[in-house]
Design a protein around this ligand. Structure first.
Ligand code: AMP
Ligand code: ZN
Length: 456
């Protein structure tokens, strides 16, 4: 049985999709600066869910937004559009900023071998759908107009605060004195009238403007997935403003609950505290690479903590993940060469344990422990095959050059002799030696200034 913790019901529930194909929505990045490794933890989490669903035989139709307009410096409708801030900082148009950081984000996901959703959708590509969504909310009486734009009226939605937001707290909305036209401080912007300096603006029934941040996710979800969504993911920071607002918009428009499972990832902490620019402790994947760590080391590091717990990042802990990963891979490759047979019932038990772990709300630390135990079995190709099956969830690259393939000494000697024969232009001897190497399951790849022994 596959079970996920649902933030909406605050308990672990059996996951059953509404239809055959799982509809999954993931809140994507705001593309105004380099994504840090905390952000990337959120997409490893998405990857983790997708791979576990696939392992269980489900097909997925997934979508992720790219926020390239409308996310203000405070989630609660205060401050400036982050894209505009970045565009002034870097002296580029917001379109150039979006293009640049979207590419960096995509490169990061590729390096981390993240299984991306079927659709990736920038907010600026669905302006028409957003306007349509907002118009319908207005028609149905869930929204109202002020001199600043169109706002959602939370008093019209009895279910507001389902994810735990305290509606009357100050945090719930912009400070009341900031906008006296709002009926409730937690009412939030659906459409914002654009001041001249806002470069990204579109014509709408309410004049030139741009969408609020929350509405893009509701509109994109509706466009690609329809009126029922099985799983919605995001970081915990989005739970009590962004996701409350998404629920309000979507449920009011459709007249029923749209999202079944809300799944939230806890934060990556640095040195036990918050990552923050002012503390100068934000790391990107690039920083890790400059310090000698591969993106895969970080992927493996992710598996060491449960997603619902804060995970503390230090270079020491990353180093220990790196070493474990190296041992893990070496051991897997040793099993690849193993000749022992392992009893079917024993293998079956490991397979069951692994499945139980991942299906218990993605318990990756336990799943890894199952793998470690399996690797301690006698050297057998059966172990290798089973780990390759588990690797559909782990997503590690066993072809990676960083892995030490143990090449037998006699093959090394043959390769050296062949190289010398070739240098001496004794090609028939070189061919003869190559055949001997081939017979041992290895081959030689020549390059301009040397050769490499590769495993066949
Ligand atoms: P943003 O680009 O700010 O919209 O954030 C992208 C994703 O990263 C969101 O799902 C956030 O919840 C998530 N996120 C931001 N900071 C962290 C962190 N330190 N650890 C884990 N996830 C984070
Ligand atoms: Zn979102």
């Amino acid at each position: 049985m596959l079970r996920f913790y649902n933030s909406l019901t605050r308990k672990k529930e059996e996951f059953v999709p509404r239809d055959e194909v799982v509809k999954m929505y993931s809140c994507g990045p705001t593309v105004y600066s380099y994504p840090h490794i905390g952000n990337m933890r959120a997409y490893l989490f998405m990857d983790n869910i997708r791979r576990v669903l696939k392992y269980n035989g489900f097909k997925i139709d997934g979508v992720m937004n790219i926020t390239d307009v409308g996310h203000l410096t405070s989630d609660a409708d205060e401050g400036e559009d982050k894209m505009l801030v970045a565009s002034q900082r870097e002296n580029k148009s917001p379109w150039e900023i979006a293009k640049f950081y979207t590419q960096i984000f995509m490169d990061n996901t590729k390096k981390l071998n993240i299984d991306l959703p079927e659709h990736i959708c920038p907010a600026t590509s669905v302006i028409e759908e957003i306007i349509d969504f907002v118009s319908k909310l207005l028609e149905k009486g869930y929204a109202y107009q002020t001199s600043k734009g169109i706002y959602f009226d939370i008093s019209k939605f009895a279910g507001y605060g389902q994810l735990g937001m305290d509606v009357n707290s100050k945090k719930a909305g912009a400070r009341i004195e900031v906008d006296s036209e709002k009926r409730h401080p937690a009412d939030f912007a659906l459409w914002i009238n654009a001041p001249k300096e806002h470069i990204m603006q579109w014509n709408s029934p309410w004049g030139m403007g741009y969408p609020g941040w929350h509405i893009e996710c509701s509109a994109i979800g509706k466009k690609y997935l329809g009126e029922y969504i099985d799983i919605h993911t995001g970081g915990v920071d989005h739970k009590t403003i962004h996701h409350e607002n998404e629920i309000a918009q979507s449920d009011c428009l459709e007249g029923h609950k749209v999202v079944h499972f809300w799944m939230h990832l806890e934060f990556l902490q640095i040195d036990g505290g918050k990552m923050s620019k002012s503390l100068n402790n934000i790391f990107t994947l690039d920083d890790l690479e400059k310090n000698g760590f591969s993106p895969e080391d970080f992927r493996y590091f992710y598996f060491n903590a449960h997603y619902s717990k804060q995970q503390n990042f230090t270079y020491d802990s990353l180093m220990s993940a790196k070493n474990s990963l190296k041992n893990f891979k070496n051991s897997v490759l040793e099993h690849k060469e193993g000749n022992e047979k392992i009893d079917f019932s024993i293998l079956n038990k490991y397979e069951q344990d692994f499945l139980n772990a991942i299906n218990d709300d993605l318990n990756m630390p336990v799943a890894l422990a199952v793998c470690q135990k399996l690797l301690k079995e006698k050297k057998s190709k059966d172990v290798y095959n089973l780990i390759m099956k588990f690797n559909k969830v782990l997503g590690l690259n066993f072809e990676d050059n960083g892995v030490t393939i143990i090449i037998p000494d006699d093959v090394k000697i043959l390769a050296k002799e062949r190289w010398m024969a070739k240098q001496a232009k004794d090609y028939s001897k070189a061919d003869e030696l190559r055949n001997k190497i081939l017979a041992q399951g290895y081959n030689i790849k020549d390059s301009k200034d040397g050769y490499e022994i590769i495993k066949n």
